[in-house]
Design a protein around this ligand. Structure first.
Ligand SMILES: [Zn+2]
Length: 452
């Protein structure tokens, strides 16, 4: 498209989008009535016909026949009330690269590097905002976003604003300008973002190992970044992929494993490596769909039993296909059943716990979110099984129903920090039609610009 019409179109789309993004209302009191509450607390049984009272951003009471005259009531009769999912690892900036990863001639890394390089701050905002809204709509209330496409402070600011505006709870792991070069992370700008008041949106470090593990100059650079995270109490995520075995060994030998460190994509990790991670108190993020898609191997979650702190993630909506934690849970279960030739292996409830409480613990957010529990923030999803794809459930195990049958469309209501972001199947603060148009326009011009 010629430049002028394109600018006009994006200006129009932006205007229509801004006109329809309503400010997220401050939380007030909410009473979720008569739901089937699956708290995801360890060892706690489900509770039928149970109410959840939310005061401000916090869960204030859980019980039967609660009353609160001032509270807005959400009727959850016949519905499942769960904590929101916690995405243990993602890259929301790739949301507008959807459909570009075509395996044969469209491998993920070269394609995302090429298209990522031409993204302007506005494109970053669009991608991350769209991705976060898609996650919220599908019941994901917390995202651990590995933001590794920061070409200058304006791009970093755009991503930060996108996550903030979307209303999702997130850790924004601040990274470098690209995935391959030994370019330093802009710690000065990260420090500026850290100085902003934050609560729902927390800073972290998207760390990378040197491309050449024998390059001591690159290690010196990476050492400085690691020390920055450690000294500032920031959570840090690091990929081990490609030369995964050597990378994991480097993390061990150089004493990088620590409670604030999450190792991502360790699909092929040896028992000794996992044992070292466990001993160091570090955590693990598994992303079965993306790991299998790019050929890292089968993500056998049964092989990671020895790691206490672990979570389940998407690795970006576009690489996972869409923001669908149900599909992620399903693949984790199916991979285990298939690989072990044993149908009885996967436990759906343990998988749901992995995507909620354990993901929150792995991200260091276990005291804030991940369960329905008095005193925790009100990050809640309500699943409505009154749909064809969930029909025919006459009792039994709701966890099995959710893992094997549910889809994002079945997520009826989403609450984050006590704020209603989705109600009766509708997102409350975003015009989805305008958002999709904006994301598509951005994706189109990224392809055009990358082809120049
Ligand atoms: Zn990743």
């Amino acid at each position: 498209m010629p430049l002028l019409p394109r600018l006009l179109l994006s200006a129009l789309l932006l205007t229509s989008l801004l006109a329809t993004v309503k400010a997220v209302e401050p939380p007030s009191s909410l009473l979720i009535k008569n739901g089937y509450v699956m708290s995801m607390r360890a060892g706690e049984a489900d509770r039928e016909n149970t109410d959840v009272l939310i005061r401000g951003d916090t869960i204030a009471a859980i019980g039967k026949n609660l009353h609160a005259a001032d509270a807005r009531v959400i009727d959850a009769t016949g519905k499942f009330v769960l904590p929101g999912f916690v995405d243990a690892h993602s890259h929301l900036w790739i949301t507008t690269l959807r459909g570009q990863f075509r395996n044969r001639d469209g491998k993920f890394f070269p394609v995302s590097n090429r298209l990522g390089a031409v993204m302007k701050p506005d494109d970053i905002y669009t991608a991350m905002y769209t991705g976060a809204i898609e996650q919220l709509a599908s019941g994901i209330t917390t995202s651990s976003d590995f933001f590794d496409n920061i070409h200058g402070p304006a791009a970093g600011d755009a991503g930060y604003r996108a996550l903030n505006d979307a209303g999702i709870r997130a850790i924004m792991f601040y990274g470098g300008p690209d995935k391959t070069l030994a370019t330093p992370i802009d710690l000065t700008h990260l420090k500026q973002l850290m100085a902003k008041p934050h609560d729902r949106l927390l800073p972290g470090l998207a760390w990378r190992l040197p491309r050449d593990l024998h390059d001591e100059a690159a290690w010196t650079l990476r050492d400085r970044e690691y020390a920055f995270a450690r000294d500032n109490h920031l959570p840090l995520q690091v990929h081990v992929s490609g030369e995964a075995d050597a990378m994991f060994n480097a993390l061990i030998q150089r004493h990088y494993l620590a409670p604030f460190v999450t190792v991502v994509h360790a699909t092929q990790a040896t028992p000794a490596q996992l044992n070292a991670l466990e001993k160091a108190g570090g955590s693990l993020a598994l992303t079965p769909i993306s790991e299998e898609r790019v050929g890292y191997g089968l993500t056998r979650y049964d092989q990671f039993k020895g790691v206490t702190r672990q979570g389940l993630g998407l690795d970006g909506n576009a690489l996972a296909g869409s923001a669908n934690m149900f599909a992620t849970l399903r693949l984790a279960a199916l991979t285990q059943s298939g690989a072990t030739q044993d149908e009885t292996g996967p436990d759906p409830r343990r998988l749901l716990e992995l995507a909620t409480r354990r993901s929150a613990d792995a991200a260091g957010l276990g005291r804030i979110t991940g369960t329905i529990e008095v005193g925790k923030r009100a990050d809640i999803q309500i699943i409505n099984p009154d749909a064809l794809n969930m029909s025919g459930f006459g009792g039994g195990d709701p966890a099995s129903l959710i893992v094997y049958s549910a889809e994002p469309e079945n997520v009826d209501t989403v609450v984050v920090d006590g704020r209603i972001l989705k109600l009766s199947g509708q997102m409350q603060h975003t015009n989805i039609t305008a958002l999709v148009a904006r994301a598509n326009a951005s994706a189109r011009h990224l392809r055009e610009d990358a082809a120049k």
